[in-house]
Design a protein around this ligand. Structure first.
Ligand code: RRO
Length: 300
């Protein structure tokens, strides 16, 4: 039997396939469904201090096969109302990681503390939304450091930091997170992008800019995971363009201790079992006993 259990930044997972932050993480019931379908952990949609409506439609468009640009605009009910969804999600029986954002380090810390009080097993700091005023500020390594320091002072659960590729050096942001005490980094958030309608001659999305996710960003994500694995001591969680077991294995070979899926959920919840079974079959075929043997194996 191949061992698929992993430990990521102090969190034990029955398998390395997590639900990424995104539209499925808006309700506790949907997160329970992901857990029942085989996810090793679930991450909520990002939640902030106050209710936010998000942007008007259109907020999502398919631009290439299995690739979308979204500009949801951080819609969320605010952490006080969201605590009920966290409690429901916990019934799924796998770790619940609450994705947190705020307009300042202090706001991040307040939201993270409330998430922990509601039962979050870890928090993932969203310092990387590609198309909001919040994200633009926080991508700077200096601000990443301030946000992580503020949150680490306030919570006892593991702190993950979700990074952006929309920077000169993702490694600099990763180093800032690590030095400030982050327990793991997640790479990557969506890639800042745009699509224009040639008939109306206008950008299609209401916010003009959005974040590209899915198959089109996998090579960017794998590159980022590889660079972070090489530079950091803390674990890297890989996300970006994972639809098949081979996509997942590519991230793991680049250095991901666990992986996340979001866009692949457009194919249904069966993706969790397919990925777990596929990773297991790959390890067996290659003669490995433990998934940890292949984490970062692409590095010489
Ligand atoms: O809500 C969004 O528009 C959004 C967020 Br917070 C994010 O981190 N990444 C993304 O692609 N969309």
């Amino acid at each position: 039997m191949v061992r698929l259990e992993v430990e990521v930044g102090g969190l034990r997972l029955r398998n390395p396939v997590m639900l990424a932050s995104g539209v499925v993480g808006v309700t506790g019931k949907l997160m329970m469904r992901a857990a029942e379908a085989g996810a090793g952990a679930v991450v909520t949609k990002s939640v902030g201090p106050e209710r936010r409506a998000g942007y008007g439609n259109p907020t999502m468009v398919e631009v290439l096969p299995e690739s979308y640009i979204n500009c949801m605009g951080l819609p969320n009910p605010g952490i006080d109302e969201f605590t009920e969804e966290i409690r429901v999600a916990k019934r799924g029986g796998v770790p619940v990681i609450v994705s947190v954002f705020g307009g300042s380090p202090e706001e991040f810390a307040v939201v993270a503390e409330k998430a922990e009080d509601a039962g979050a097993d870890a928090v993932e700091l969203n310092v990387s939304c590609p198309h909001t005023e919040v994200g633009v500020l926080e991508r700077e390594p200096r601000v990443v450091r301030q946000v992580v320091e503020a949150v680490k002072k306030r919570v006892g659960v593991p702190v993950f930091v979700k990074l952006s590729s929309n920077v000169t050096s993702i490694v600099e942001a990763g180093r800032a997170a690590e030095e400030a005490g982050a327990d793991a980094v997640t790479a990557i958030n969506t890639v800042r992008a745009m699509v224009i309608d040639v008939e109306t001659c206008r950008p299609i999305l209401s916010n003009r800019f959005g974040g590209l996710s899915g198959a089109a960003i996998k090579p960017i994500a794998v590159r980022c995971v590889y660079e972070l694995y090489e530079a950091l001591k803390i674990p890297v969680i890989g996300v970006g363009g994972i639809f098949s077991w081979a996509d997942a294995v590519e991230h793991i070979l680049a250095g991901a201790s666990a992986i996340q899926v979001a866009t692949a959920l457009t194919k249904g919840f069966s993706v969790f079992k397919e990925l777990v079974d596929g990773i297991r079959a790959y390890l067996e075929r290659k003669g490995f006993k433990d998934i940890r043997e292949v984490v970062g194996a692409a590095h010489v």
